[in-house]
Design a protein. Structure first.
Length: 166
């Protein structure tokens, strides 16, 4: 009879011995902006960002820059847009609107994204405001309210020190 080996423990996500606490805190803050709150998800995301970049794990600013680049690349791939510009900001807004964090950190680490989530994410991307261009203001028409003017004159005439002339 063949025996089947089952893995009973989860793979190690992030060993705290090689990541400084301030680096981990900076990465946690960045990913909490996407809606991730569980320690397990935050640890997995920190490992996803820092895997293969040992020297990046020493400085919080460099680690967050690496996390921004990884997320921007992931969002550009899912949204079908070029990385750069406002992909990260608009993608983060769509990710939060779709509550992507409820699917866990594995969503970002997988090679593919579920089709229904990708459709929801693309539909939730905010539309950028059009660029401002100089233009002339159209002429506005002054609309008078003759009935109101009549009432003002009528009630105003009863008051002292009020002129009825326009």
């Amino acid at each position: 009879m063949d025996t089947v080996m089952m893995q009973t423990s989860r793979p190690s996500t992030l060993e705290s011995v090689w990541v400084r606490p301030e680096t981990r805190a900076a990465l946690d803050t960045f990913f909490q902006g996407f809606g991730f709150t569980s320690d397990e998800d935050l640890a997995a995301l920190a490992f996803w960002v820092l895997a293969g970049a040992c020297e990046q794990g020493e400085r919080p600013q460099a680690a967050v820059a690496l996390a921004r680049a990884r997320m921007e690349t992931w969002l550009a791939g899912v949204l079908g847009r070029e990385a750069g510009g406002s992909v990260l900001a608009r993608g983060r807004a769509a990710f939060v609107l779709c509550d992507g964090a409820r699917l866990g950190a594995g969503l970002l680490m997988r090679g593919s994204v579920p089709d229904n989530f990708a459709r929801k994410l693309r539909a939730a991307v905010p539309v950028p405001a059009p660029a401002q261009v100089p233009t002339t203001m159209p002429e506005q028409q002054l609309v008078l309210w003759p009935f109101g003017d009549l009432l003002r004159r009528w009630f105003g005439a009863a008051r002292a020190d009020v002129s009825t002339s326009p």
